[in-house]
Unconditional design. Structure first.
Length: 500
């Protein structure tokens, strides 16, 4: 499959990080003379859709230096604790007060550093950096230089990819069995009733410039009663920029004796998403659907992607708990985690639960803690999918974020393309200082950057996720890459018009 995690907005929004880095000075200046309290004229406001070009710029200049490093790298997030990224030269940057009425702007130097001189009494501040060929990122709620000292703001980065055909013959499968095929950077294939002789498959593999993971196809046999029978992990092939062939022979290197873990997921009785609210389960990938024998993912990490190496069935909650049946194999097909996904229809409200390898034990009980509700509302307080009257926010300029992530390890917020072809790629990530926010507006982009410079999509998705079990930054890989995801993440997202 292409990438098990980026397809879910739950973890697309968790790919936010601040990492240690250093650089030289590049001090930003206000749009007009900073020496007086006279209103300042907003520079090039026409590029910033959704704002009033005649609005005054309240003077926030002062003597306190706040510096931030702007970096990026392949995938647009740190792939390990040692990955500090590469400084982004020439990125536009903006610091503004809480309501956006006062701001300063600057440009990063060759090391990616920009420095603002502000009056801390005019804060807290939001800092946003953006570059048209990359994306945008913000730090929200900065009250002191120490909040960002020695840390970096990562800009999203679009992958260089190309799809190619991959085909193969399936031999020696059971006459009435079905077959599931998957690989890192691969479009999962399901063949119902594979046949006793030879059956061909044809799908796509993806060449990724920054993650040329080898091709090993995980092939699983599933019987008519939806039981995992056995599997093979095909021999390693170097991924090519072209058509490939990967045959599957269930008589060779077979891994048999499947294991089953019947896991109970105990759900909260109050808060963001309760067991009683959930009315749909499964299908983390969303776009194409999983095989008829599985509604969840059982995966092995491979590079920055993953391969499905088992099957899982999640049931709707009953009496506050869901049953999660995971079937998997050992050896090369040993999974790193299984993912259960459940949600409330038409609400943007969902929950992912990641069961790690050590917890794939029959009889395991996993309790999800209560999470305070999250919301995205408009200026009148209306929000879609909730009890408030009105349709809710229509675009980013009238969107207000509220959450209490005190029970979580982190809260991530992102703005993504509403575009299936790009897997809802994150174009703008927001990192909040602290774990709470009350009716916080989306920061403004720098005046020389418009949202249309970051995406051609006609609408975007504003989403947030509160997660637990992921240590940032050392274990930072969940969201857009392969590594170990958080134990759980509550998600709330709203589709909006592209306007900011």
């Amino acid at each position: 499959m292409r990438n098990i995690l980026i397809a879910s907005s739950l973890f697309a929004v968790s790919a936010l990080a601040l990492f240690a880095c250093s650089g030289s000075d590049n001090t930003a200046t206000p749009a007009a003379d900073a020496g007086t309290d006279a209103p300042k004229v907003k520079p090039d406001a026409s590029a910033d859709a959704g704002t009033d070009s005649a609005a005054p710029n309240v003077n926030i200049s002062g003597t306190t230096e706040i510096s931030v490093m702007v970096v990026s790298g392949s995938f647009g997030y740190p792939k390990s604790g040692a990955d500090k990224g590469t400084g982004v030269d020439g990125a536009d940057a903006r610091i503004e007060n809480a309501d956006g009425s006062g701001w300063l702007e600057g440009v990063t130097d060759a090391t990616g550093k920009v420095t603002f001189k502000v009056d801390l009494a005019k804060g807290p501040f939001d800092i946003t950096a953006a570059k048209a060929d990359l994306g945008a990122a913000s730090i929200v709620g900065v009250k002191a230089a120490a909040d960002v000292a020695g840390k970096s703001l990562w800009l999203p980065q679009q992958l260089a990819t190309k799809e190619y055909n991959i085909t193969g013959a399936i031999s020696n499968a059971g006459a009435t069995n079905s077959v599931q095929l998957d690989c890192a950077w691969f479009a999962t294939a399901w063949l119902k009733n594979g046949g006793s002789a030879v059956k061909n498959y044809s799908t796509k593999h993806v060449w990724v410039q920054d993650d040329q993971a080898p091709v090993n196809v995980a092939a699983l046999e599933v019987d008519p009663m939806n039981n995992l029978v056995d599997g093979v992990w095909t021999p390693t092939q170097t991924r090519t920029q072209g058509t490939m062939v990967a045959d599957v022979d269930f008589s060779k290197n077979k891994i048999a004796m499947p294991m089953t873990a019947n896991i109970t997921l105990n759900l909260p009785a109050s808060g963001q998403l309760t067991g009683a609210m959930i009315d749909a389960v499964g299908d983390l990938t969303g776009a194409t659907g999983l095989g008829p024998w599985t509604n969840s993912t059982v995966a092995k990490s491979v590079g920055q992607s993953a391969a499905y190496v088992g099957i899982g069935v999640l049931s709707l909650p009953a009496s506050g708990a869901s049953k999660f049946k995971v079937q998997y194999l050992g050896g090369d097909l040993q999974p790193d985690y299984a993912t259960a996904f459940m949600y409330k229809k038409n609400s943007g409200n969902g929950l992912s639960i990641h069961v790690k390898k050590a917890d794939l034990v029959d009889g395991k009980q996993i309790t999800i803690p209560t999470m305070s509700p999250m919301s995205i509302t408009d200026s009148a307080g209306a929000g879609p999918g909730g009890s408030d009257a009105g349709a809710g926010p229509s675009d980013l300029s009238d969107s207000f974020i509220s959450f209490d992530g005190s029970a979580a390890d982190f809260v991530g917020v992102s703005i993504s393309e509403s575009n299936a072809a790009s897997n809802n790629r994150t174009i703008w990530s927001l990192h909040f200082i602290g774990k709470t926010a009350t009716k916080k507006s989306v920061p403004h982009l720098p005046s020389k950057i418009a949202l249309t410079d970051l995406t051609g999509a006609s609408s975007v998705i504003l989403g947030m996720a509160a997660g637990k079990g992921l240590t940032l930054p050392t274990d930072f890989a969940a969201g857009q890459g392969g590594g170990q995801p958080a134990d759980f993440a509550f998600d709330y997202s709203v589709q909006l018009g592209a306007n900011r």
